[in-house]
Ligand binder design. Sequence first.
Ligand SMILES: Nc1nc2c(ncn2[C@@H]2O[C@H](COP(=O)(O)OP(=O)(O)OP(=O)(O)O)[C@@H](O)[C@H]2O)c(=O)[nH]1
Ligand SMILES: [Mg+2]
Length: 468
Amino acid sequence: MANDERTIDVENEGVAAISTPAGVGGIAIVRLSGAGVIETADALFSAAAENAGLKTKKSYTLTLGWLNDENGDRIDQVLVSVMRKPHSYTGEDVVEINCHGGLLVAQKCLRQFLKAGLRLAEPGEFTRRAFLNGRLDISQAEAVIEIINARSDKMLQLSVRQLEGINSRLISAVEERLLSLTADIEAALDFPDEAGEISLEAMEETVKIQINELENMLQGAKRTEIYRNGAVITICGKPNVGKSTLLNTFLCKERAIVTPVPGTTRDTIEEFLTIRGIPVKLIDTAGIRETRDLIENLGVERSKKAIYNSDALLFLLDGAGGVEEEDIAVYELIKDFEPLIVINKSDLKEQKASSAELETLFPRQRFLFISAREGYGLEQLEAAIEAKILGGGAETAHYEIMVNIRQKEALLKAIKHLKDFLETCGIITLDCLSIDIEMAGYALGEITGKNLKEEAIDRIFSEFCIGK
Ligand SMILES: Nc1nc2c(ncn2[C@@H]2O[C@H](COP(=O)(O)OP(=O)(O)OP(=O)(O)O)[C@@H](O)[C@H]2O)c(=O)[nH]1
Ligand SMILES: [Mg+2]
């Protein structure tokens, strides 16, 4: 008994840390959480108004006053918020001290609380406590790191959705259906008379639907990986079709030299931008043609290398100049990469490349008509690029979720068990069959953290910073 009490105390031990980054700023926040932190803070605090001690404060209130050292000397003027358990970030009593944002003053405030008996919080300890107290599940805890690390609007939006619990909801729905399957199987085994014959076809059908759901999640996750890691797009084509002009238009600046002289660009030019929320490395290349010029030839070789390493290719043609043999030679080189065919210089009146001719030369292809110089047709081009990179899977867009490696492995494990079930359904006995379903459910529990081992949890929280 005594032992138990001690364990509980240690778990709930008051901890403190500075939650704002080291450096000078408007304010800094020292956060306290655990048993007795309101009393500890109150003992060092003198409120500006009378009878405004922290001990009697309601949850979610702010109090202005002074933080003192053990001798009663003032350290700083502070604003203190009190958040009582269980409705706080950690699920424990939480006090946050907003002091002035100097490095020394925040350190002094923190040191005072450590002197008063609180322990320095480990990295991620506040969020870990929130997880242990059921305030968020593990995939939501991981979303907290993603939010902190987000560098694009899209990543932030996806991280926030994960914090809201989208992954957990999708997973729980599958888990529930698997649980009810197991229950049906158990009933059929335990009370064969009352439960009646169990329909293997119906079970198979349910399992197939769950596999589909999990595979959609994986597919959706693939999309978000692109938002995270970005894509490489290469503009290619024969000389003078307007590749560098297109690069400049995308960047809204005169990055590459543009001239009417074919063979202007001699080297690959790489620039970074975002297209519809996707971080993109856009590469302008030297126009591909047979040439005796040594430097240009080296450039052409680099163009080819860039082509092989791209996620999407824009094959540029000059609509006014028409399609020539040189264009066809480039197309032969790249057609296996399924380039987007872009007809440039659509602003010019005379267009030599007729639709009929284009359709004969490039059967079953879609053509995007643009003017790189005038900025015409770019929206459609961007939409086509987005669809190309994301694999067109608009139908899986509502599964757009972030899945990290850990979660992906758990999903794959669950899918494998469900597929094993389908393979052996009708061959092996019912009780053996239910094992696969249970294993699948167990794997899914790793995503929300229900079935996660201590070391795995430690690994997740070790990525956090102090004060979070
Ligand atoms: N009318 C018109 N002219 C364009 C357009 N895009 C490019 N040009 C012109 O076409 C010429 C060649 O443009 P660049 O962008 O240098 O072509 P490039 O494909 O990079 O050429 P290389 O670097 O030689 O391979 C320049 O004179 C541009 O002003 C367009 O959309 N409309
Ligand atoms: Mg160029």
